[in-house]
Ligand binder design. Structure first.
Ligand code: DMJ
Length: 683
């Protein structure tokens, strides 16, 4: 730093080395302008006046003013000095003056170029001052070209704005819409584009086709069931294609609130594996094609997590395992991703419903104090374990294990699981327990989790055994007429009413007999047989030979419905499901006989030209139709009937476990391999 306090290499001060304290002299310049009396500004060499000390008194006392010639010389020197200072400023290097005075818009807009003058090349090499003349030139050119570019961009933007203003409102709206569509398309591509999944070994699958029975009369029955399936499918194909379900009388599409306002082709997905098992391959391919081209889960629809899981994810996974077609696996995983936001609750117990697009979840308005339902959040395990197995993503497994652990920690009134659990507080709602609606498949999935794990998930088995033990103690009774029934437990009181849905439990007890504690296999097989018998009675005691929705064992009533709104039959499978399991475990011909009775009654009373319909009163010889062909009729009722009249080598129970919608999933022989996520559960 020189004495004038700047970083300049050559200051005007340094041009006059004899002078001292430039700053002081610069101040004196001001006073010179006023009285021109400051001799200190005279060159010290060749001076004609004596050296003065500061102050007016230092002037020669013999003369008060300067001569004119002296004044003139002084003025000349002064103006030369000012010119010198002023000129020196323009000889300064560019960077020092530009930076202080040239702060126009471009300084803000032009990105700062790391110029060699500032010490470094882009490469990081240090540049020595004075050697950068060429770089300096290039830097100026770069700055210039950037400025040109900015000017050109401004002009173009201005031009575009002017053109836009000339356009009509409609034209502008159309343009905005096109832009929006483009963005949506791009998002959609990103959303639904096939994502490759890590390959995993395909579990051994056995007995996926054939199963023709050796007995001609049985084969005839089986062919009849296949024909019924064709009628149901063809009608849906013709009148309801792409809708969730079919209105067989109105001959148009149908949907219920469990699928929101979507058109997700529920019947197609639910029916696929039945078509495959029955060897209806052309129909299967049609369904596959629809799924490939149309099944899109990015829809703004609020759906039931449970129903979508058991019908869609279960259906897609089963179709994948049976056919090996990747598309089914991909769709199942895409859908599962859409269900995951439902688990974002304070406890990790999922909401009953989730909006597939927004991921917002909520519970049914009718459920006790905003509760989630046991049979809904407790019926995810099988599908979610398979999703983790197929994708390697631990999230699915962790979600369902978290539910299991949470339930295990809770107190259970009388050892029973109430049907309602609040997902915010983690507390039970009303103390209602049922093996029918609201509770049923929770127990089923405990047993099937054990079976599906090749009997290694002993925690699931133990939970099942304990739950069934409490159910037997509190809910299962024999009627006065000797019929074993499963009632409903309501706040410490047993309601002697059994729902059609609870009839599935006969099959469950039989399936769980092997492996039950204290060598009670025989007992549970017997219990299954008794439930099958009771449910058959509920069919046999009607006019149509089809079972009512619920039946009583009270005041002299035995397995009959009392209330009008419990007399309907909506093509449900549970009774036939139990017949099939009982047939597999006992080969008692009565189960085929009972199954055939039900098939005939369905064909006689539910068949219409546009498919199959539920009936409103099974006690009326002239029933009215509900005009709905439920998707589970194709997924379950007809599948169980077909299997009942097939040989046991079709879908052997050693290799397959059927989910609650009758979608078969293979047993996972994991040996000592652990699923990702089997470490402590997280949410
Ligand atoms: C099916 O969707 C499933 O079986 C579910 O578990 C309850 N019942 C219906 C058919 O009745």
């Amino acid at each position: 730093m020189n004495e004038c306090g700047t970083h300049r290499k050559q200051s005007p001060c340094s041009l006059q080395p004899q002078m001292t304290e430039c700053a002081k002299r610069a101040i004196n310049l001001n006073s010179i302008g006023r009285n021109m009396t400051t001799p200190a500004l005279l060159p010290l060499s060749g001076r004609r006046i004596p050296t003065l000390s500061p102050g007016a008194s230092s002037f020669p006392h013999h003369r008060a003013t300067l001569r004119l010639s002296e004044k003139f010389i002084l003025l000349l020197i002064l103006s030369a000095f000012i010119t010198l200072c002023f000129g020196a400023f323009f000889f300064l290097p560019d960077n020092s003056k530009h930076k202080r005075f040239d702060l126009g818009l471009e300084d803000v807009l032009i990105p700062h170029i790391d110029s060699p003058k500032e010490g470094k090349h882009a490469s990081g090499q240090v540049v020595i001052h004075g050697q950068g003349g060429h770089d300096e030139h290039r830097h100026r050119e770069e700055e210039e070209s950037l400025r040109d570019k900015i000017r050109a961009d401004h002009e173009r933007a201005l031009q575009e704005a002017k053109e836009k203003l000339r356009k009509s409102r409609e034209e502008l709206q159309a343009e905005i819409q096109t832009e929006k569509n483009k963005v949506m398309e791009d998002l959609k591509k990103k959303d639904t584009g096939p994502k490759p999944l890590p390959p995993v070994p395909m579990p051994k699958v056995a007995g996926v086709s054939d199963g023709e029975p050796p007995e001609p009369d049985v084969k005839e029955k089986r062919d009849k069931i296949r024909e019924m399936m064709k009628h149901a499918w063809d009608s849906y194909r013709q009148y309801g294609w792409g809708h969730n379900e079919l209105k067989p009388l109105a001959k148009k599409g149908h949907s219920t609130n469990i699928f929101g306002n979507s058109q997700l082709g529920a019947t197609i997905v639910d029916a696929l594996d039945t078509l495959y098992i029955m060897g209806l391959h052309e129909e299967f391919r049609d369904g596959q094609e629809w799924i490939e081209q149309n099944l899109d889960f990015g829809v703004n629809a609020e759906v039931s997590v449970f129903e979508v899981n058991i019908r869609f994810i279960g259906g897609l996974l089963a179709a994948y395992y049976l056919s090996g077609q990747e598309v089914f696996k991909l769709k199942a995983v895409q859908l599962a991703e859409k269900l995951l936001p439902a688990f974002n609750t304070p406890t990790g117990i999922p909401w009953a419903m989730v909006n597939l697009k927004s991921g917002v979840g909520r519970n049914w308005g009718w459920a006790s104090a905003g509760s989630s339902i046991l049979a809904e959040f407790g019926t995810l395990h099988m599908e979610f374990v398979h999703l983790t197995y197929l994708t390697g993503n631990p999230a699915y497994y962790q979600k369902v294990m978290h539910i299991r652990k949470l339930l295990a920690k809770m107190d259970r009134p009388n050892g029973l699981y109430p049907n309602y659990l609040n997902p915010r507080t983690g507390r039970w709602g009303q103390h209602h327990t049922s093996v029918g609606g609201l509770g049923d498949s929770f127990y089923e999935y405990l047993l099937k989790a054990w079976l599906m794990s090749d009997k290694t998930d002993t925690e699931a088995r133990k939970t099942y055994d304990d739950a069934i033990e409490a159910i037997e103690r509190h809910l299962i009774r024999k009627s006065n007429g000797g019929l074993t029934f499963i009632g409903e437990w309501k706040n410490g009181h047993l309601e002697r009413k059994m729902g059609h849905l609870a009839c599935f439990a006969g099959g469950m007890f039989a399936l769980g007999a092997d492996g039950s504690p204290d060598d009670k296999a025989g007992h549970y097989l017997q219990l299954g047989a008794e439930i099958a018998h009771t449910c058959h009675e509920s069919y046999d005691r009607t006019v149509l030979k089809l079972g009512p929705e619920a039946f009583k064992f009270d005041s002299g009533l035995e397995a009959v419905a009392v209330r009008q709104n419990e007399k309907y039959y909506i093509l449900r499978p549970e009774v036939i499901e139990t017949y099939w399991y009982m047939w597999r475990f006992t080969h008692d011909p009565k189960y085929r006989q009972w199954g055939w009775e039900a098939a005939q009654a369905i064909d006689k009373y539910c068949r219409v030209s546009g498919g199959f319909s539920g009936v409103k009163d099974v006690y009326s010889s002239n029933p009215t139709y509900d005009d709905v062909q439920q998707s589970f009729f194709l997924a379950e009722t007809l599948k169980y009937l077909y299997l009942l009249f097939s040989s046991d080598d079709l879908m052997p129970l050693e290799s397959w476990v059927f989910n609650t919608e009758a979608h078969p999933l293979p047993v996972l022989h994991l040996g000592n391999i652990t699923l990702p996520g089997s470490e402590p559960a997280q949410r």
